[in-house]
Design a protein around this ligand. Structure first.
Ligand SMILES: Nc1nc2c(c(=O)[nH]1)N[C@H]1C(S)=C(S)[C@@H](COP(=O)(O)O)O[C@H]1N2
Ligand SMILES: [Mo]
Length: 259
């Protein structure tokens, strides 16, 4: 517990990323002073609450014409997980892969890729904006997360969906950890929030997160967890990673990355 807190404090001390919105997907190396950090944290909280007030909860992100699709979708972050269990799944074309829904649900679930493909689907052509400053328009096909949440029955006290991933991030002396992310239930139930298994009319390639990745169209790219193994419903993000709600958030990025 002490170790966890110390790690947390240390990482928070490094958390410059919110001051450098275009700084990209790398560990911030420069320490910021804590006054600046507090101001930034308040600003992030304000951004979140302001956007939640201003954005109707079902307001859609822009969708594009097929002629605007950029081929191929530029991959970023992990593009080829080297985890042994993932490599086995690739070899067998994800036949034994299962998507698990656990935590604060009435009915925990384990679903195969075929079962996900048989559920109601949505296709959308949207723009992916990476914090590094590049964008890419692509066509995504998947099943709305809201439908799965209804099947599992979200308990009243749940506030967040945590996305569990299969790729391990090497991050030096802090040791390897798996990528993870989280969103609130407003975004989880948004009509464009889909668990995508298709990209540009083909099966989702490994580079872009096979067999399944989430699309959260009103936020930045790092929220859109790839290589999913499942989701956990929770009322607190504290027990996951270093407690800030995502791999990059634990390294100083904003939890609410609205665009
Ligand atoms: N599991 C996992 N998900 C991830 C990442 C990652 O490294 N691992 N990178 C994130 C970042 S920073 C971006 S911009 C997008 C990239 O998605 P793409 O490879 O389809 O372009 O995935 C996000 N989701
Ligand atoms: Mo990104």
């Amino acid at each position: 517990m002490t170790l966890r807190l110390d790690r947390r404090r240390f990482l928070t001390g490094l958390g410059l990323a919110s001051a450098l919105p275009l700084s990209g997907c790398f560990d911030p190396l420069v320490a910021s002073d804590s006054t600046a950090r507090n101001v930034l944290e308040k600003a992030n909280d304000l951004t979140y609450r302001a956007q939640r007030l201003l954005l109707r909860s079902d307001q859609l992100a822009p969708e594009f014409a097929a002629s605007e699709i950029r081929q191929p979708m530029r991959p970023n972050g992990t593009v080829s997980p080297q985890d042994a269990d993932y490599m086995v799944l690739v070899r067998e074309n994800f036949a034994s892969w299962r998507f698990t829904i656990d935590g604060m649900v009435e009915r925990p679930m384990r679903v195969s890729l075929d079962e996900l493909r048989a559920m109601p689907s949505r296709t959308q052509i949207t723009r992916h904006d990476c914090v590094e400053g590049w964008s890419c328009v692509a066509k995504w096909t998947g099943t709305p997360l809201a439908g799965l949440l209804d099947q599992a029955g979200v308990k009243a006290q749940a506030r967040y969906v945590v996305f569990n991933c299969l790729d391990t991030m090497e991050n030096g002396f802090l040791g390897p950890v798996r990528y993870y992310e989280s969103i609130d239930l407003v975004d989880a139930r948004h009509p464009q929030t889909i668990l995508a298994y298709g990209l540009n009319d083909a099966a989702l390639p490994v580079a872009n997160g096979a067999p399944l990745r989430v699309r959260v169209e009103r936020q930045l790219g790092y929220k859109m967890a790839k290589f999913l193994s499942g989701i956990t419903l929770t009322d607190s993000l504290q027990a996951f990673g270093d407690g800030s709600g995502g791999y990059w958030e634990d390294r100083g990025y904003e939890w609410f990355a609205g665009i």
